[in-house]
Write a protein that binds this ligand. Structure first.
Ligand code: ZN
Length: 198
């Protein structure tokens, strides 16, 4: 089956404008099947969202956006882990815990981004389309993913509920589980959907 996933969303646990509860309800009503809450350097937003989701048919991935020494990095997990700021260490810890490590908006020069250092690390995927980044920055990320032979994903990077799902991924999975979703991302079974530019 195909599931719709926006894997980069902020809440009031960091600099987002809406609470985890509001984000869960908005994502559900917009028809998404999966969201990752990725607040800056905290899993709290994701944990609260997972609590609020209750019996709604929506899977919450426990994420955060780590302020690494080189720039912002998305960490997607099924439960919180330690988040070292050095990227090689972060990748090691993440992989020991079956998490995914994905550079966020890697070539966005308006934000804290890894830039050319992207070529030095073993990522699981690259955020090749970020709903808040300029088109040229997204194109550079797409080029990097191609050169590195890595899967690309696209996300809204929503800081308010109106932006949730402006960019998302249709992912082919067997079951709606975090394991299946991570597996399909690594195998590039992802089609990015862009509803509108920011
Ligand atoms: Zn972000």
């Amino acid at each position: 089956m195909i599931v719709s996933a926006d894997l980069h969303i902020h809440t009031t646990a960091s600099d987002g404008l809406n609470s985890p509860k509001e984000v869960v309800l908005a994502a559900f009503y917009k028809g998404l099947n999966v969201i990752a809450i990725t607040d800056h350097d905290t899993f709290q937003g994701a944990l609260m969202a997972q609590r609020y989701v209750g019996s709604l048919d929506l899977l919450v991935i426990i994420g955060c956006e780590v302020s690494s020494v080189k720039g912002d990095v998305l960490l997607l997990c099924d439960s919180p882990i330690n988040t070292p700021r050095e990227i090689s260490e972060l990748i090691d810890v993440a992989h020991e815990n079956n998490c995914l490590v994905i550079p966020a908006h890697p070539f966005d020069d308006q934000r804290n981004s890894v830039g050319e250092d992207i070529y030095n690390y073993k990522w699981d995927a690259i955020e090749v389309y970020n709903g808040s980044s300029a088109e040229h920055a997204n194109r550079m990320a797409q080029y990097a993913a191609k050169v590195m032979g890595l899967p690309g994903i696209g996300n809204s990077d929503a800081h308010s509920i109106d932006k949730i799902g402006i960019v998302y991924n249709n992912i082919e999975v067997k079951d709606l589980t975090i394991d299946d979703i991570f597996d399909s991302i690594k195998k590039s079974k992802v089609k990015i959907v862009i509803k509108k530019n920011s």
